[in-house]
Design a binder for this molecule. Sequence first.
Ligand SMILES: Cc1cc2nc3c(=O)[nH]c(=O)nc-3n(C[C@H](O)[C@H](O)[C@H](O)COP(=O)(O)OP(=O)(O)OC[C@H]3O[C@@H](n4cnc5c(N)ncnc54)[C@H](O)[C@@H]3O)c2cc1C
Length: 486
Amino acid sequence: MTNAVRDIQSYDIVVVGGGPVGLWLAAESRLGGARVLLLERRPERVAQSRALTLHGRTVETFALRGLAERFLAVGQPMSTGHFAGLDTRLDFAGFDSPYPFALFIPQSRTEAILEEHALKLGVEIRRGVQVAGVAERADGVEVELAHGTAIRAAWVVGADGARSLVRRSAGIEFAGLPATDSIAMGDVILDLPPGPPIAGGSNEHGGASILPSGDGMHSRVIVLDTARRHLPQSEPLSLEELRESLRRTTGRDFGMRDATWLTRFTDETRLAASYRQGRLLLAGDAAHIHAPMGGQGLNVGVQDAMNLGWKLALVVTGRAPEILLDTYESERRPVGERLFTNTVAQYRLVSGFEPANTHLRAVISDLLAVPEANRAMAGEVSGFAVTYPAALLPDVPTGELAGARTPDLTLDDGSSLHARLASGRFLRVSVPGQEQLPMPDSLATAPIDDAAICTPDAGLLAGAGSTIVRPDGYLLATRPVAGRDR
Ligand SMILES: Cc1cc2nc3c(=O)[nH]c(=O)nc-3n(C[C@H](O)[C@H](O)[C@H](O)COP(=O)(O)OP(=O)(O)OC[C@H]3O[C@@H](n4cnc5c(N)ncnc54)[C@H](O)[C@@H]3O)c2cc1C
């Protein structure tokens, strides 16, 4: 690391990694007023479909910034999802959201929209720039670039994926379960109309599933072939191998041809021991990896970024105490723990082909037919059930509803509550005639807008009188604090 570098550029925040999580984090912290630089080693955006599922809460999150229509215009909604490919589907339709579904959309499209949004907000994005090291100094972080120069930042976020350099530099442990299997995957043309996901089949040779790949032409074929499950992830996958594995597990190859992407993934599952070490923070795959079960990785990562972006911007611009950043880990790491657990559980259920596993699958499938169980798991996988119930800061009154996800409600001027959050500011929503909730002293200079709501439209907010919604759409506080005004 070079101490001798003079006149190096400095930023409030450097985000390492320009995948979906880095792009959203950079956009959110820029929206909050921070000067943000994003560094991405790839010269071009990824063209592969990769993550296909945007869950309802993620679409709703993008709606909070006025972007939902961009995704809806290209994605394919699905009102149900799966848990371990069981027969009983997870039902998203009952959630109180304008987006009670999962959206099938290739990650390449998602990233294109997010990059355009980040650039529009003024994020500086440098592609083809590899970060070679990060080192915390007394007053900031020095970011060393592979081509020999350095950049200074007050804070650095590692959104640099599974093998995160930022995580390693911070010395944060990434404990979990090593890979036991490699699974073959291809985006291919089949003699099947692209339609709803189908479990292609399962027998003693393994299991396969087929999903639409989101472009209207290709299907995604995923095969766990028991004869090949121990091949290294790095071993190239050919169309012939995928075809043969699909035949072994389903008895057919559906005329497979014209692959646009062939790869292998594993069931390696890990969670960062901490999401922050000093001035270094982690988000997305840098903080959690798992088998892609139920389409959750990108979604949880985007929610990490949504939680961290405004907090980091407030802290770096001096409008909130640094302890606010501790709540990033206390709010988001438990979600990472659940992600770890539910993906390991799902992978166990899909990867056992012995007869006993059939009975286990049948029992869990029956349990998911119980409406409460189905709703709980659908809420977890979709992100709708996530709440942050602990007090954000010591002087923030929690109230009964604090930490709850705010549903979209119609304000008294006819506008939508979610649309009013597009500025990324706090929003105080009051029922006319009731006492207004003041901002707590610790956030007294944080930007806030005011809105009014009529009692009949107030839904769950009606009993609270006046509430403050955080920039990420969760309720900050719901009860008036006696004797204090803003
Ligand atoms: C087959 C498959 C299917 C999946 N399906 C789904 C799904 O349906 N839904 C879902 O939610 N998730 C899914 N996922 C997971 C999802 O793809 C990831 O969780 C998501 O890409 C994580 O985003 P990220 O921004 O955290 O990391 P990444 O997308 O990995 O981005 C990290 C970026 O950091 C860059 N980088 C790394 N190191 C450096 C460095 N030193 N300097 C500069 N740049 C660097 C990389 O080039 C990369 O662009 C799937 C994954 C796989 C493999």
